[in-house]
Design a protein around this ligand. Structure first.
Ligand code: ADP
Length: 467
């Protein structure tokens, strides 16, 4: 159990000892943000570090200045001879030529998460799940800061874990968003607290079966010891029936206190109950929608189990500002609200976004590039919540087919040539009280570099609408 000392710092069992990092020279494969941070870190330790990327990622060539030998536009296979250890970015699949060859030759392959964890002395909270990782990680950071405790949040938004090495306060708790791509590479990684938020179909293009995807996520818990915490969603059937492994103490958070059994944190009607006592009303939470009540319950369960006082948890849940591109309210014009949920890149996230608003008020912009899996599960939330859908990108045809029950149920549909046309059409149709929601349920690569660029485009188009 963890307690606070009088300085408000976490006390209790110290962070675990880590195995040493295998010896170099190192070949870092994949030079996007996390790969660059890993390469910089290794070079700064005085190690010979070679970096390669199959493309030309922004900023990679500048690694020269940090002492990294950079090779772009190559699969890196010929560079492997010079390396004693391969460091793999989460964006690179294990089937990539250099990685597959290293595995075959018995050269140690370390993921960026594993590498950084071995070099950080901090206590760790690892957050995984299909949806909500960034939201819950940032929310936990906000809870810790509100409680006056040192914290560092790392993950998809901004800060690669490797960049914390040598920079983060050793007393800080590291809150780390862990994707399945990062977790498929872990070896000894064992966070003091692991959180599994939910499991839905996503990334079936890289994880061939849902089982593999779940197995990757469960690596978060595999090496935990009995003094560690394993926090999971007791209301998600795929999570509840999973065999977690590891020896971490199980702590559930639940959507429905009445049906989900023994939960540390639960949503009971319109309040969140923590350790048997009312914590906060759902309508007092700063973020909208039932899924964000789940996220709040998860964060409350983690924070309480790690010794944060209830008052700080409540205050933080009330004023957490949210994360850009996740149900982000970008404007209100003529009584119409414009919401950017560009990060809703899969069906489950888009469905949660639609369900965050009232019945029949949503004009949803759906579509983008396809990534395997259909849209049948979107038909119910669209029927319940939407007046109209504006379909864009290569996925429009599949959406039109899979959402047939919604059209039959009276939801209007329009095919549009991209976000600009869709926003203008929705704005022209909208009445006061409507929500124009970008919730694509698709990846963005048909027309954008990433979901952030797509969300920015949405924001810009909304800004140009006549007031
Ligand atoms: P991740 O980091 O796992 O991708 P984010 O916090 O960035 O998660 O949110 C991604 C998308 O999922 C957003 O559209 C957001 O509104 C939605 N979302 C957030 N939390 C949940 C949840 N608990 N269940 C379903 N969808 C969620």
């Amino acid at each position: 159990m963890v307690h606070d000392d009088e300085n408000g710092r976490m006390t209790g069992s110290p962070a675990k000892r880590r195995p040493p990092v295998p010896r170099g020279p190192y070949l870092v494969v994949g030079l996007a943000r996390s790969g660059q941070a890993a390469a910089r870190l290794l070079a700064a330790r005085g190690e010979r570090t070679i970096g390669c990327d199959a493309g030309l990622p922004a900023g990679a060539s500048r690694l020269h200045q940090a002492g990294v030998e950079v090779h772009l536009d190559t699969d890196g296979l010929e560079l492997l001879d010079a390396a004693a250890c391969l460091v793999k970015s989460p964006g690179v699949p294990r089937t990539a030529a250099a990685v597959a060859a290293a595995l075959e030759r018995g050269i140690p392959v370390l993921g960026e998460l594993e590498l950084a964890w071995r070099l950080l002395p901090n206590r760790f909270v690892g957050v995984t799940g299909t949806n909500g990782k960034t939201t819950v990680s940032e929310l936990l950071g906000h809870v810790w800061r509100t409680a006056g405790k040192p914290v560092a949040v790392a993950g998809n938004v901004g800060t690669p874990l490797a960049s914390l090495v040598g920079a983060a306060d050793a007393a800080a708790t590291v809150i780390c968003e862990c994707s399945s791509f990062q977790l498929e590479d872990v070896d000894a990684f064992a966070p003091e607290c692991g959180v599994l938020l939910n499991i839905a179909a996503d990334h079936l293009d890289r994880h061939p079966a849902l089982d593999d995807y779940l197995r990757a996520k469960l690596r978060l818990f595999a090496n935990q010891r009995s003094e560690d915490l394993c926090v999971y969603n007791g209301s998600d059937p795929a999570v509840r029936s999973a065999s977690f492994g590891g020896r971490g103490r199980r702590i559930a958070f639940c959507r429905d206190a009445a049906t989900s059994g023994n939960c540390q944190a639960a949503i009971a009607g319109d309040v969140i109950v923590l350790e048997g006592e009312s914590l906060i009303g759902v309508d007092e939470l700063s973020l909208p929608g039932p899924h964000n009540a789940d996220n709040a319950a998860a964060a409350a369960a983690v924070a309480a189990a790690m010794g944060v006082q209830r008052a700080a948890i409540v205050a933080a849940l009330r004023d957490f500002p949210g994360v850009p591109h996740r149900l982000e309210r970008v404007a209100e014009r003529d009584g119409v609200i414009y919401v950017n949920d560009s990060k809703a890149t899969n069906v489950a996230a888009a469905a949660a976004g639609l369900r965050a608003f009232g019945a029949q008020t949503v004009r949803a912009i759906l579509g983008g590039s396809l990534k395997g899996g259909g849209f049948v599960e979107l038909a119910d939330p669209v029927t319940e919540r939407c007046i109209a859908c504006y379909l864009i990108g290569p996925a429009a045809e599949a959406l039109e087919r899979d959402l047939e029950p919604a059209w039959e149920g009276g939801v209007a549909r329009h095919r549009c040539d991209g976000i600009a046309e869709a926003v203008r059409a929705a704005a022209a149709d909208a009445a006061p009280g409507d929500v124009v929601l970008l919730a694509p349920a698709c990846a963005s690569f048909d027309a954008y570099r990433d979901y952030e660029e797509r969300g920015e485009h949405f924001r810009q188009v909304v800004a140009t609408l006549e007031a």
